[in-house]
Write a protein that binds this ligand. Structure first.
Ligand code: SF4
Length: 250
């Protein structure tokens, strides 16, 4: 796997230490399913080297979800950090880590990227303010990818990508405050009814005028891709094509 290759071969001498000016104790623990370095393949930051931090747990229940192994946070599946890092295939195993431990792992893994994507699962289930404060003080920029169904607990500088999940089996509603906070709204589509649903949402929960809206064809299907291209051109929206799936990287 390309990311494993990078993790094993890109060692460097810089160390990430806890910022000296931090006085508050670090108390928040995060259930980490995966931690790896790759290229961001979606949305505005497509092409950006990024550290992906995948958190365990999601009750939203999207039928097409390609990370269903993150849905349940089972006590039986807790492992130590090294076991979590050495996974070779998706699994529900997770390790509990705080912000300082994550910063240390960034160094130990030899990560070079300064962009951190917090994904899941549904990472907005957790209070991410302490993580954001610690990582930002160490020079990282954060991005969260969220369904928009949980109240956001983030630093002001965190880039928010809302991929709104509408009418999903879990019964969670997309929140107006999430849509207002979004820097980017990235909507997966396969058919016209998905674009109609987005139109309804944008009317009901208007985003900021500067929010970037993009359409993402589901599973690289040709008809979905054609519909997304035509709609993006007509609306002056952006196309998000999941570059990592075309490149066959994680
Ligand atoms: S919100 Fe994301 S992680 Fe949760 S079920 Fe939907 S696609 Fe999967």
């Amino acid at each position: 796997m390309i990311t494993t290759f990078f993790a094993n071969n890109l060692r460097y001498n810089k160390t990430n230490s806890l910022p000296q000016n931090r006085t508050n104790p670090i108390t928040t623990l995060y259930p980490v399913n995966e931690l790896f370095e790759t290229i961001q393949g979606e949305g505005v930051y497509t092409g950006t080297p990024a550290i992906f931090l995948r958190l365990q747990g999601c009750p939203v229940g999207c039928p097409w979800c390609d990370t269903q192994h993150t849905w349940v946070k089972s006590a039986d599946a807790e492992v130590d950090a090294q076991t979590m890092l050495s996974k070779t295939e998706p699994s529900s195993a997770w390790a509990e880590l705080n912000a300082q431990q994550l910063l240390q792992l960034f160094t130990e893994q030899g990560f070079q990227a300064k962009h951190v994507v917090i994904t899941g699962g549904e990472p907005a289930m957790y209070d991410l303010r302490e993580l954001g404060e610690v990582l930002e003080q160490a020079g990282y920029q954060l991005q969260i990818e969220t369904s928009g169904t949980f109240a956001l607990q983030l630093t002001a500088a965190t880039w928010v990508t809302v991929s709104p999940k509408l009418d999903m089996p879990g019964g969670y509603l997309v929140r107006p405050d999430c849509m207002q906070r979004a820097n980017e709204i990235k909507h997966p589509i396969a058919m016209q009814k998905h674009i109609d649903a987005l139109d309804n949402l944008l009317q009901r929960c208007p985003p900021r005028s500067e929010a970037i809206i993009s359409l993402q064809p589901i599973s690289q299907r040709p008809r979905a891709t054609q519909l997304a291209i035509e709609t993006c051109i007509a609306r002056n929206w952006r196309l998000s094509v999941q570059l990592h799936k075309y490149l066959n990287i994680e």
